[in-house]
Design a binder for this molecule. Structure first.
Ligand SMILES: [Zn+2]
Length: 242
């Protein structure tokens, strides 16, 4: 099926209608009968003596100099486009010519209804991979930073030790993402994993920040940690929107 109509499709149809239609019949039908000299009072300007006539299937007015074929006449007379005029003549006079579209100027189907090409699919996967890569990289940096800032045996941040176990997974995912060939097959498997990791991480960081804030009166170190945590949380949230 042809999705896009070319300008030539329309002009070809218009030309055909003008050629196959009988202009005298059209003028008589829409405007009226000529006088006994086969002349009309011009429909396009005000005149007392008729100077509008037909020759070789074209109209010509010697008063206002307007001239053209049947499509031009109908287009000017009804103040419609040439294509609409051609459609009207085709229908009213039963020319049975096939318009360039069977759907009466209905626009071509929206691009979203068209299935994606292999190339477009690949672009989507690439974009997804880059986004996940950024998120993972942020996550990885956070884990690294926190592991240095808060040692595993720190009593206050004991919950965070669980996240540090994610290092291996994150490193693996990062390396695989960099390897382009693995992207396609990994696409479906990763999304839930990464989303779950990020969700858990954010929930636990939030809880940790809250607990640290409650204890901030007791410890200067915890106070610093709390303020850093909220900064990181903002960064993580904005990364996730990508
Ligand atoms: Zn005229």
């Amino acid at each position: 099926m042809k999705l896009k109509l070319e300008k030539s499709d329309f002009s070809e149809f218009i030309r055909e209608v003008a050629e196959k239609s009988e202009i005298t019949e059209i003028i008589c039908t829409y405007y009226g009968e000529p006088d006994r000299h086969m002349k009309w009072s011009c429909p396009f300007h005000n005149e007392k003596t008729p100077s509008f006539s037909v020759k070789s299937n074209r109209f010509k007015c010697f008063g206002c100099q307007k001239s053209g074929d049947s499509v031009k006449f109908v287009s000017e007379y009804f103040n419609i486009s040439a294509y609409q005029a051609a459609l009207k003549i085709n229908q009213d006079f039963g020319l049975n010519l096939r318009p360039p579209t069977d759907t009466k100027e209905k626009p071509a189907p929206e691009p979203k209804e068209r299935p994606l090409t292999e190339r477009e699919k690949q672009v989507q996967i690439d974009e997804w991979a880059f986004t996940q890569h950024d998120i993972l990289l942020d996550y990885f940096r956070l884990l690294k930073e926190y592991s240095q800032e808060f040692p595993k045996d720190n009593e206050i941040n004991w919950k965070f030790s669980a996240f540090l176990d994610d290092f291996g997974t994150v490193e693996f995912l990062l390396e695989s993402l960099i390897d382009k060939h693995k992207r396609h097959s990994m696409y479906d498997n990763w999304q839930p994993t990464i989303e779950r990791m990020i969700k858990n991480f954010k929930e636990n960081i939030k809880r940790e920040a809250k607990e640290n804030a409650n204890k901030s009166n007791n410890s200067v170190i915890t106070g610093n940690g709390s303020s850093r945590t909220s900064t990181r949380l903002t960064a993580t949230a904005s990364t996730e929107k990508h």
